[in-house]
Design a protein around this ligand. Structure first.
Ligand code: SF4
Length: 225
């Protein structure tokens, strides 16, 4: 991955325009997990690790018909939960994490999903990315969500030079306006799927082509369409 150097001041200046154009390009932008409560989203984000949101949505349709609240997961035989989530991959670990997380929700939070990063990141199977999804989506607390699309696109756009999620999150928090953090992150996913794909980004058709340094790099000239 080409390391693109742009000053923090320049990044702060161009970030709002990049955001404005991407939001205009994807007016239907949203979290691609179909959840109906913070509890559902919490479990879905645990299941979404190394799995597609589309698969998680399918699995959770049946899962949430059978198990509706934390107590239902704690009371269920572990093998039943493993079977229900099998197709999401890493099902043994994910089932264990779901049951342990539900136990903590009951013990410490009255069965509710906590509203702070500190309380969320200690739940089994929940990291900063998951916590930021929940905080931003359910509680209106802006958070930068660093996934594989965000990592690739923000490196190409020159917002960061890191591949480390925590460092990227920190870099983006410095240059993206705070109120845009959650939606800007979703923009990365939508744009990453539609245009700025991993193997052959369609730079010539990209709405932020003039604001992105990647097509002018050696790597960009090799792979961009
Ligand atoms: S110009 Fe190319 S590399 Fe930059 S965001 Fe658009 S598609 Fe991605």
């Amino acid at each position: 991955m080409a390391k693109i150097k742009i000053s923090q001041a320049a990044n702060r200046e161009r970030a709002p325009e990049i955001y404005r154009r991407l939001v205009a390009e994807y007016p239907d932008i949203h979290c691609t997990l179909d959840y109906h409560s913070p509890f559902q989203l919490l479990l879905m984000t645990i299941l979404a690790a190394q799995c597609t949101d589309a698969r998680v949505n399918i699995v959770c349709k049946d899962l949430f018909k059978k198990y509706k609240k934390p107590q239902d997961f704690v009371d269920a035989p572990l093998e039943d939960i493993e079977k229900a989530i099998h197709s999401c991959g890493f099902y043994k670990n994910k089932a264990k994490n779901i049951v342990a997380t539900c136990g903590i929700l009951l013990e410490r939070h009255g069965g509710e999903v906590p509203r702070s990063m500190e309380e969320l990141v200690v739940l089994p199977g929940v990291g900063r990315k998951t916590s930021n999804v929940i905080l931003g989506e359910c509680f209106g607390v802006p958070g930068v969500i660093v996934d594989t699309h965000c990592t690739r696109l923000t490196n190409r756009m020159g917002f960061t030079k890191s591949q480390d999620a925590v460092k990227i999150e920190r870099d983006l928090m410095k240059v993206w306006p705070k109120e845009t953090w959650t939606l800007f992150s979703h923009c990365m996913v939508f744009h990453g799927r539609a245009v700025c794909t991993a193997r052959s980004p369609k730079c010539s058709a990209c709405c932020i082509r003039d604001l992105c340094p990647f097509p002018d790099t050696k790597e960009g000239q090799k792979i961009a369409k």
